[in-house]
Design a binder for this molecule. Sequence first.
Ligand SMILES: Cc1ncc(COP(=O)(O)O)c(C=O)c1O
Length: 243
Amino acid sequence: MSRLQRLAPYLFTEIDRAKRAAQAAGRDVIDLGIGDPDRPTPAPLLDAMAAAIRRPEHHRYPANRGSAALRRAAADWLQRRHGVTVDPDTQVLALIGSKEGLAHLPLALLEEGDEVLVPDIGYPVYASATLLAGGVPRYFPLTADRGFLPDPADLAAAAGARTRLLFLNYPNNPTGATAAPGFYAAAVAALRGTGAVVASDAAYLEVVPEPRLRAAARLRCCARRTRRASASWSSTASRRCST
Ligand SMILES: Cc1ncc(COP(=O)(O)O)c(C=O)c1O
């Protein structure tokens, strides 16, 4: 079986198909599908993007890590907002979206048959990216009685000799749960010694109020973090022309 054949149908495509069928049948539908703000992109952002697209230096390939100015701005923002120090040259990478980072991380880290700890319930891309990279998703449950946070002891028990990666996502899609300070340190401690990478998908970092959101940004060691600017600023389509 090819890696492609191992993939289940993409959940959001299926939801969209069901939505369109219901609408075509005249039903009033509340869209609980993909996270995509229904408010317009703020005007100052549109103005800045319109001005940027006219600058000739933006018409050529950027450095493959993203422009130095963009990486520096991202590092400055992390410092200012979350008190986290990162090196813009070695610890910041510009992507076309966090999904790109999530999908490429298993390709970069896994050999055929390596395992990835994936939250169940969770964003489906963690499992599909694992399968596309030839890996095996090992699901750990997120349950209401634990505030949709995994028990670090369960993570430690689930990690085996072939575990290479753990995906965490707080603020969480789809439960809305947030992680209290200390949770990430416990998760990292649970996997210490395994060599596995803890990946914090902080896509929704900016949509919950302080101070809980800081927990995700303070994950410093043995971790990779992805953040998306697009949804926080009602511009999920725009990043493709802003990178
Ligand atoms: C948890 C989570 N991570 C990542 C993404 C993808 O974000 P981006 O638009 O930056 O690729 C989404 C999009 O719905 C998401 O829900």
